[in-house]
Design a protein around this ligand. Sequence first.
Ligand SMILES: [Ca+2]
Ligand SMILES: [Ca+2]
Ligand SMILES: [Ca+2]
Ligand SMILES: [Ca+2]
Length: 445
Amino acid sequence: MAGKPLSEMLTPLSSQGIPLTDNEKTAADEARAEILNARDWIAMPAQEIHVRNTAATLFAAFALTVVAAIAGCGGGGGNNSGGGSNGAAIGGDIASPVTPPATQPLPSALATNSYANFKSIGLAPQTLPDGDNTMRAFGDFAGNGRLDLFRAVLTYDVGRPIAEATPSRFEFYNRQADGTFVRNTTLLPQSTGCLHPRKAIVADFNGDTRPDIFVACHGYDTVPFPGETNKIVLSQPGGGYVVRDASADVGFNHGAAAADLNGDGKIDVIVVHNFYPDRAYVLLNDGSGSFTRERTSRLPASIRTGNYYSIELVDINEDGQLDLIMGGHEFDAAPTSVYINPGSNNFSAVSPTLIPPVANEGVVLDFTVTGTGSTRALWVLRTSGGDGSFYQSKVIQKVAWPGLASSVVLNSRPARWIPWLVPTTQNGVAVVASDNASDSTSVPQ
Ligand SMILES: [Ca+2]
Ligand SMILES: [Ca+2]
Ligand SMILES: [Ca+2]
Ligand SMILES: [Ca+2]
């Protein structure tokens, strides 16, 4: 894309000799028109530009990504068999713009695993507050029957010395009837979080039926990578929350998933981290939200050779037992792997089912499962890695289960990476989408 004038990029695609379907042409030309509209805004009075600035910035970034993909300057692409093309990605991305809902129904009760409490609650893409929303979780934290938001906001600059680094801020937001979020400062009087949180998961860790949040924290994000402890945000009598260390264990904790692993009815956590030989560890819950590391590993030895960062516990083969899915840097000896639960929650002797890799898009960020029976599918959210590029793309891979037929259904580069996907419905069509409406990212199931 570098060196190509904007005017040339914005000429109608049909005149550039690029083969597109009719739907793709329509979508692409609509995007082109929107870019030209955005350009016209430059001539607006300053006040009006200010009002429309956020929307314009978001849309321009999105539209430029589309043009880059169409113009063929996006990189990547699958090395796997099956369908998938930029065309399919463009169709899915543009033809189904995300419209935040005015209402957001809540499930009647919390599930006993963190995957379900995020991805099985009917969550539609949300209009999140300004600022850093990468670490986010949803639940009825304020207990008023309406979906609320938890997020962790970084406050340090990784370009500055570690001695100057300051902890993140943990924040609750109440969802309003119009779908916007308003900060709730009374719910969490002491909002000091860990230095660098990376994933927030929801379950009732202290048994009072109210949602709590476990936050995986990896600490200062450059050398010397000292790591840090995870945090637990626990519901308290009277309706508030407190932040505590989840345990004394220090690590580069990048991902986590929660379920009752030892069968005592108390919800435990598997944490995935890096720089340590075991790569992941189990924290057993005493029932009050205090955790102790399990010393006899129930985790597979095969993860110990690679750089894993992402984890889910979800029943992919529909036998009623949660299965373990792990991903990270495929180019660093970490093949994306599914471990089927043998029925004991003990994965130590389970051989992995290997998910087809995607060349140059080897950073695996998140997992979602949809469909049933012959339509069962695993969706793998990725970004760039393995070709010298790092976190410079937005890629969604669909993998049929159990046949493992793989297709890359969205591949945008350059593009801002996105952290999470959820299954949802848009205009009556089942899709997989970012839970952040401003990402404008969805693909048909
Ligand atoms: Ca609420
Ligand atoms: Ca609770
Ligand atoms: Ca347990
Ligand atoms: Ca299973």
